[in-house]
Design a protein around this ligand. Structure first.
Ligand code: CIR
Length: 258
């Protein structure tokens, strides 16, 4: 199996003005569309700077959350899998990535039952963890495990703590052997064999980092977590994410990578 970070391609989607109405669990201020769009452009530019070939699909105003391409498919060098998002308002997004993925992936598999969103799927070096959540159910996770096996990946099904939107809202890989996790996920049994580094107090929102090749992307406001990465000698780039975060998203959500 390849490194989980050795990406050469990414698929993104430009935000539509309706993105300000994206799903969000809590209250808080609305995102400002121009600022959110600027955050998205900077993200795409950063992926390109890190050497990826990035395709940016056109905005879909009927789907406020469609810029979060990570949730509607899984992509690997061996092929791609179209998912079934658990959020009803997001189900229709899947059809809009099919063509782009079919053009790039000779093997394209479909889920047929249950629900899985890509934010609940964490790829490790030797396996894939599928977190059950309000968006991902056991029927979907079980079917997805079989589809992953067809692509040569072993899957494990895990629990996501209540109140955490997606599994990867609460954890991400720093490197192949180290996971950054919120304290509520410290004892996740599927992390056995990995070093678990906890987000510093008050920085639970930092857990959704994105490692691309040798560089970790992290939200710019998470200074204590950045210090932690610096102390470990991990190269990182700080990104503006405040307005994306107002609709419950972080750095992994805005792309599919392979
Ligand atoms: C949603 O609730 O579906 C969007 N507002 C945020 C999706 C974030 N995606 C992710 O964590 N992978």
């Amino acid at each position: 199996m390849d490194s989980p970070f050795a990406f050469s391609h990414a698929l993104c989607r430009a935000p539509a003005p309706s993105a300000v109405n994206g799903i969000r669990a809590g209250g808080g201020p609305d995102p400002d569309f121009e600022t959110l769009a600027a955050e998205h452009r900077a993200y795409v530019a950063m992926l390109r700077e890190l050497g990826l070939s990035v395709e940016v699909l056109s905005a879909l105003d009927d789907y406020p959350d469609a810029l979060f391409t990570e949730d509607v498919a899984l992509t690997f060098p061996e092929g791609a899998i179209l998912l079934r998002p658990g959020a009803a308002s997001r189900a229709g997004e899947v059809a809009h990535v099919r063509e782009a993925l079919a053009a790039r992936h000779p093997v394209l598999l479909d889920m047929t039952v249950g629900h899985v969103e890509g934010g609940d799927v964490l790829r490790l070096a030797d396996r894939v963890i599928i977190g059950l959540s309000d968006r991902t159910d056991r029927a979907g996770a079980t079917e997805l495990s079989g589809l992953l096996e067809q692509l040569g990946y072993r899957a494990e099904i895990a629990e996501t703590p209540a109140g955490v939107l997606h599994f990867k809202t609460g954890c991400s890989l720093i490197d192949a052997g180290t996971v950054l996790a919120v304290p509520a996920m410290r004892d996740c049994p599927e992390f056995a064999g990995l070093e678990v580094v906890l987000t510093p107090p008050g920085e639970e929102g930092a857990a959704n980092i994105l490692r691309v090749r040798d560089t970790v992307l992290i939200g710019e406001r998470w200074l204590a977590t950045q210090a932690l990465l610096a102390a470990r000698g991990v190269p990182f780039r700080a990104m503006a994410t405040d307005h994306i975060a107002r609709i419950d998203a972080g750095l992994s959500c805005m792309s599919l990578r392979w």
